[in-house]
Design a binder for this molecule. Sequence first.
Ligand code: ADP
Length: 186
Amino acid sequence: MRIVIFGPPGAGKGTQGVRLAEALDIKHLATGDMLRAEVAAGSELGNLAKQYMDRGDLVPDDVIIGMIRSQLTGGDGMILDGFPRTIAQAQALDEALDGASLPLDSAVYFNVDRDELVVRLLKRASELDRSDDTAETINHRMDVYEEQTAPVLDYYRSAGKVTEIDGTGTMDEVFQRLLQAVQESS
Ligand code: ADP
């Protein structure tokens, strides 16, 4: 199964993505986690990416696509979390999957109000040491999402791939909705 989980920063994709990947026994590919690992390792890619991440900007498409491309087509499938985040990334994903004759099963969109997202991100900022979760960058990341990432939702809507779930409530409630959405789309 190949599933994109999609939504604004703070929508809860990461936590739910890990759980879903375990439940389906497939890989969880999270570009944000991959980038933070590169930053922690001090690699050239990490040093470059950090400048964008700390500002709340997207890392350039060629860097992201180069980082993830080889992992898109192997195995029994994957949960893609945080990718694609631009139309160019969505097209690169389609090309990779089409080339391997592997369809994307669905894009699950986590719907959460912007006010609630800001509250969640500020809470995460106080709990985790993530250099991009500061009051200044949070609003910027929301704007970047609206401008560059929200169009990806329309892209998948046109392809008839989107299942929307309510991303509010407890972790278990959201997970049940996610599981149901995935089962209905397969
Ligand atoms: P969140 O869901 O809170 O935005 P992520 O961990 O998915 O967090 O991403 C953190 C940061 O990593 C983003 O703000 C961006 O700078 C960078 N990033 C992650 N994935 C991508 C991607 N697919 N394209 C461009 N930048 C990305």
